[in-house]
Design a protein around this ligand. Sequence first.
Ligand SMILES: *[C@@H]1O[C@H](CO)[C@@H](O)[C@H](O)[C@H]1NC(C)=O
Ligand SMILES: [Zn+2]
Length: 311
Amino acid sequence: MASKNLQNIILLYNIILICGLCLVYSKAELPRFEHPIKPDGSLSILVVGDWGRRGAYNQTEVAAQMAKIGDQVEPDFIISTGDNFYEDGLTGVDDPAFEESFSNIYLGPSLQKQWYNVLGNHDYRGDVLAQLDPILRKKDSKWLCLRSFILNTDVAEFFFIDTTPFVDKYFTNPKHHKYDWRGVLPRDEYLFNLLKDLDTALKESSSDWKIVVGHHTLRSAGKHGITFELEERLLPVLQENNVDLYVNGHDHCLEHISSPDSPLQFLTSGGGSKAWRGNIRPWSPEELKLYYDGQGFMAMKLTKLLFLHFT
Ligand SMILES: *[C@@H]1O[C@H](CO)[C@@H](O)[C@H](O)[C@H]1NC(C)=O
Ligand SMILES: [Zn+2]
């Protein structure tokens, strides 16, 4: 009986290993995925955020530019920093916005890669479980969205973090918005476990590059500025574990801010559709390496060295 169970477990384990996306189980609590790098040892990525508006606000034009740059850099995968569907996420798995804002927009051949998506605050205003539902992957195989997960490659390890539940005002002062907190409550436990799992995974990582991706800003000269809850709770974990990059959306601009006291670099890519032109706060010029208040996306090339390019 015991050995039968063991066989079943081994069989299940084998099935998990061969399934399309290479979901690999390990000690850490966060789900893990693997993505191959190029034969020359490099990895090319596009990063876009704050985009789903059925093509409006130049979403279609940004998508066309992504396809064009994509033809040149041949991205291995694409990262979305969240706020995938405006204004209020998806209404359900059958919401036509999935096609109208995603499948029918990012049509370029070079964009038909795996998309790794996190959720933004606007996504939590709809049926939050819809974006996480595997049915969407059946509708469009390039879609993959989880709340928090790890993506391992031979050059870099990516830690995708669900940042919306950190922000107090969505709970204490939601205004007229309704947030779908299914799977998040009790909140304190959710945040505690997430930070613990991230810390454990970062400590276990031996990757050359450690890159954390979330929706909300840690450092930003844009309209939203610093997310204080993340500064208090997430930033120390990143600093303690020598994270190289924190990549986010939420502010509708493109920017690069460096740290004076650590190697950690902050990159915002939130220009996927509606941009907030002219919206910039004062920031120390030594730290603010780039600020662009229009639409666009980020291309990243990683080898043992990192090359960044904003378009
Ligand atoms: C679209 O982009 C063009 C060129 O950058 C800009 O002039 C225009 O204001 C943008 N439109 C919207 C709705 O954002
Ligand atoms: Zn946002």
